[in-house]
Design a protein around this ligand. Structure first.
Ligand SMILES: [Zn+2]
Length: 372
C-alpha cells in the first residue's frame, strides 16, 4: 500500500461558469441556457465517489493553500496576473484571453488550485507521501505565461514545476500530459527550460488547433525536451499503450527526472463530449501502472497527478477511482458500470494510421537529452 495524498477543496467546485449551453454563450435568439461544459459537478462527483467507496479516508488529506504572487510570477507575466485579478474583482466577472471566462472571485480559487499543485509536488518530493492526486479546478494546462486559454487561468503544472526547480533545487522534472487536448500552456512555459521534459499525448489538432505538433521539440539549450504525441481521433487503449511503450517511457528513461507530474484530464474517455478518443477505466488503469512502474525505476515512485479537463459527469468519476485505486494500491470493490460497454466498442486495437503517428513521435526520442 502506498501513502497517497489527495488535494481537494469544495471551493474548487465554486469556480462556476455562467450562462452557457456547452461552450456556447446562451442568448435570446437561439441558444437556450443550460450548463457550461466545464461543469463543477464532474470534480464533485469524482471526489464523492472516492468518498462513498471508502477510499478517501485511506488517503492522506493534503489541504491546498493559495499560491503567492511570487510563485505565480515564476511562470506568468504581471500583466496577465493583473488582468485576471481585475476581472475577478469586478462584480460581473469578465472574459480573459481565449475561451476563458473569469467569474467574480475566480482569482482566489485559481490561486488555491495553483497552491494545491505546489502542495502536492512538495509533499511527494520531500518524501512525506509516495504519490498524490490533486483534484484541481480551474484547470491549468492551456494557460500560457501571458494569457488565459481554454478555461485555464493559471498554469498549475508549470507553477508547481518551477517551485521544485527554484525552491527545492530539483535537477530535473518531467510531465506526461494525458488530457485529450494539447498541453500548450505547460509547453510554452517550459519550452526553453532544459531541466523540464514536457510530453503531451493528445488528439491531433483538437485544441488548440494550431499547436501540439511533433516538430515542436524545445528551443535553445532545451532542444529535445518537448515531445508531442498527436494521435488520430478514435485512438483507443492499445494506441495509448503503444505510445507509452514506444515514446513516453523511453523518453523518461533517457531524461531520468526526479519526479513525474501528470496533467491529468479524463477527456480522452470514450463518452467525453469534448474529445473523440476511446479510453475507458481499465485503459486509465493500465496507463497509470505504466507510469508507476517507470517512476519506481527512475525516481523512487514520485508521481503527482494534477487534474485538468474531463467533461462527462457520468464516467470521469470512475476513471478517477481507477487511477486512485492504482496509485494507492487499495481496491474498493466498486465496479465501473460503463466498462463492459466501452470494451466492446470497435477500435480499441492499434490501427495502422495510429501506429504511423506514434512512429513520427518516436523519431524524436533520440533527441531527448540523456542523463545518468
Ligand atoms: Zn482537455
Amino acid at each position: 500500500m502506498k501513502r497517497t495524498g489527495f488535494v481537494w477543496s469544495e471551493k474548487f467546485a465554486w469556480f462556476q461558469l455562467g450562462n452557457y449551453a456547452g461552450a456556447a454563450p446562451a442568448d435570446a435568439t437561439s441558444v437556450q441556457p443550460d450548463q457550461h461544459v466545464y461543469d463543477p459537478e464532474v470534480v464533485r462527483r469524482f471526489r464523492n465517489l472516492i468518498d462513498v467507496s471508502g477510499l478517501l479516508k485511506q488517503l492522506i488529506d493534503l489541504p491546498p493553500r493559495p499560491a503567492t504572487e511570487l510563485e505565480i510570477g515564476r511562470v506568468h507575466t504581471t500583466a496577465h496576473l493583473e488582468e485576471i485579478k481585475a476581472l475577478s474583482a469586478s462584480s460581473t466577472g469578465g472574459y480573459s484571453g481565449d475561451h476563458a471566462p473569469v467569474p467574480h472571485g475566480a482569482f482566489e480559487i485559481a490561486c488555491l488550485a495553483a497552491g494545491g499543485a505546489i502542495a502536492a509536488v512538495e509533499a511527494v518530493m520531500r518524501g512525506d507521501l509516495d504519490n498524490a492526486y490533486a483534484l484541481l479546478r480551474p484547470a491549468g494546462h492551456h494557460a500560457r505565461p501571458d494569457r488565459s486559454m481554454g478555461f485555464c487561468l493559471l498554469s498549475n503544472a508549470a507553477i508547481a514545476g518551477r517551485h521544485l526547480l527554484e525552491v527545492h533545487g530539483v535537477k530535473r522534472i518531467a510531465y506526461v500530459d494525458w488530457d485529450v487536448h494539447h498541453g500548450n500552456g505547460t509547453q510554452a512555459a517550459l519550452y526553453d527550460e532544459p531541466r523540464a521534459l514536457t510530453i503531451s499525448l493528445h488528439q491531433d489538432r483538437l485544441w488548440p488547433i494550431d499547436d501540439g505538433f511533433v516538430d515542436q521539440i524545445g528551443e535553445g539549450a532545451a532542444v529535445g525536451t518537448n515531445l508531442n504525441i498527436p494521435l488520430p481521433a478514435g485512438s483507443g487503449v492499445e494506441a495509448y499503450c503503444e505510445a507509452y511503450d514506444r515514446v513516453v517511457i523511453p523518453a523518461l528513461k533517457a531524461f531520468r527526472p526526479e519526479i513525474i507530474i501528470v496533467p491529468s484530464g479524463f477527456d480522452a474517455g470514450a463518452m467525453d463530449p469534448m474529445g473523440r478518443m476511446m479510453l475507458h477505466s481499465e485503459g486509465y488503469r493500465r496507463l497509470t501502472r505504466k507510469l508507476m512502474a517507470v517512476a519506481d525505476e527512475l525516481c523512487g515512485g514520485r508521481l503527482v497527478f494534477l487534474h485538468e479537463g474531463g467533461y462527462s459527469r457520468w464516467t470521469v468519476p470512475f476513471y478517477g477511482l481507477a487511477v486512485m485505486e492504482e496509485l494507492s494500491e487499495i481496491k474498493t470493490g466498486i465496479e465501473d458500470p460503463y466498462l463492459e460497454y466501452h470494451k466492446l466498442l470497435g477500435g480499441q486495437e492499434l490501427l495502422p494510421h495510429q501506429s504511423a503517428a506514434i512512429d513520427a513521435a518516436a523519431a524524436n526520442v533520440e533527441r531527448v537529452p540523456r542523463h545518468t
